[in-house]
Design a protein around this ligand. Structure first.
Ligand SMILES: [Mn+2]
Length: 356
């Protein structure tokens, strides 16, 4: 069943349609890149309105919705549609509606009961969470570029380069080897900066005895990859080795615990316990992992307070880290997919400590 059909089949009883305007959800349902467009799913079918800038491309590529040219304002388009289709109640994406837009809806839309409960958002997140074989293939393709990029970077990085230079080469590699976009702003942090989990690449030059952490990913057909590796330049001190091997052991324990039906909090704990036992617990402040799909962060999460269960079709990262302020940090991140009978690691880059 295609994705819009699936949404229609799961539309709650108490609503006549779902109005979808967010880019992430449009990308998910239509695989169509546009800054403008409205997908409306009714019990009769799916309709996509977009303006003259996108109409030709939309008609060529969209198969799962009837494509219509939007000639009036957004609100007038909805008013006409609701009247023609006899829509009495309409559900909107609460998570993607600003208070200003909400006020406009109330003022401009006539004769329809609104649903801004967030139920539609949650339903869509649930549909998005369970990845199909086709979606997993796209994530694999994105990760393959990411893995190739890492091996390229291992031969590219030299003493004296700035974090920014390394970041630019990394981004250029991804974008010139099939990535439609970067998953997020690439993180390259070195030396004492590597103790900042989401530090920003800057003018610091890498030198011998540094850890260099790279966190990056590619987007292919709207699906993201996400990976982190920390490498050493020149040499690694005994303390650096100890921290690195603790993170690696934690990461492997997390992956081993990520079996179908496991509590997501238990997967987090399996990794966190290793770090705590080694005495570095206070240096691991974030969750173990997050879901990945058309958004870089989606459900479920491997986190201490998660109440979710790891289910078939989930694609989640496993990324423990230890960050010692003013000294250095290490993070190792892979993406795994729950296939039911097995959990497959989609990341193929080596994880042993690499000294460049
Ligand atoms: Mn991540």
């Amino acid at each position: 069943m295609n994705k819009t059909r699936k949404l229609i089949s799961l539309l709650p009883e108490n609503t006549d349609c779902a109005v979808i305007t967010s880019e992430d959800n449009r990308n998910f349902f239509l695989s169509f890149a546009a800054s403008n467009g409205t997908l409306i799913a009714t019990k009769k079918g799916a309709f996509f309105y977009t303006d003259s800038r996108y109409i030709t491309a939309a008609k060529q590529s969209i198969k799962d919705a009837e494509v219509r040219l939007q000639t009036k304002s957004f609100y007038d388009t909805l008013n006409v549609f609701f009247e023609e289709e006899g829509i009495k109640t309409a559900s909107f994406e609460a998570k993607h509606t600003t208070i200003e837009e909400y006020a406009f809806f109330k003022k401009e839309i006539k004769g329809v009961e609104f649903d801004f409960s967030g139920d539609i958002d949650n339903l869509i997140l649930k549909i998005r969470r369970k990845k199909s074989a086709d979606e997993i293939e796209k994530i694999k393709a994105a990760q393959a570029i990411t893995d190739d990029c890492f091996s390229h970077m291992c031969s590219f990085i030299k003493e004296g380069m700035t974090e920014k230079e390394i970041q630019l080469e990394l981004d250029f590699y991804l974008l010139s080897h099939g990535a439609d976009a970067l998953s997020f702003e690439t993180i390259v942090v070195s030396g004492e900066n590597s103790a900042k989990p989401h530090g920003v690449a800057g003018s610091r030059q890498v030198r011998k005895g540094d850890f260099i952490t790279m966190d990056f990913g590619a987007v292919v057909d709207f699906y993201h990859s996400d990976m982190t590796r920390t490498v050493a330049l020149g040499f690694a001190s005994e303390k650096m080795k100890k921290v690195y091997n603790t993170v690696l052991e934690a990461q492997e324990a997390g992956i081993e615990a990520a079996v179908d039906g496991a509590r997501c909090s238990a997967v987090d704990k399996a990794a966190r316990d290793v770090i705590e036992k080694a005495g570095f617990g206070k240096y691991f402040g974030h969750a173990l992992g997050h879901g990945v799909g058309v958004e870089i962060h989606e459900n479920p999460c491997f986190a201490p307070k998660s109440e979710e269960v790891f289910e078939q079709g989930d694609v989640v990262t496993v990324e423990p880290g230890i960050y010692i302020p003013d000294q250095f940090g290490v993070r190792i991140e892979d993406m795994v997919v729950n296939l039911g009978d097995e959990t497959l690691n989609l990341t193929h880059s080596p994880k042993n400590l690499i000294v460049l």
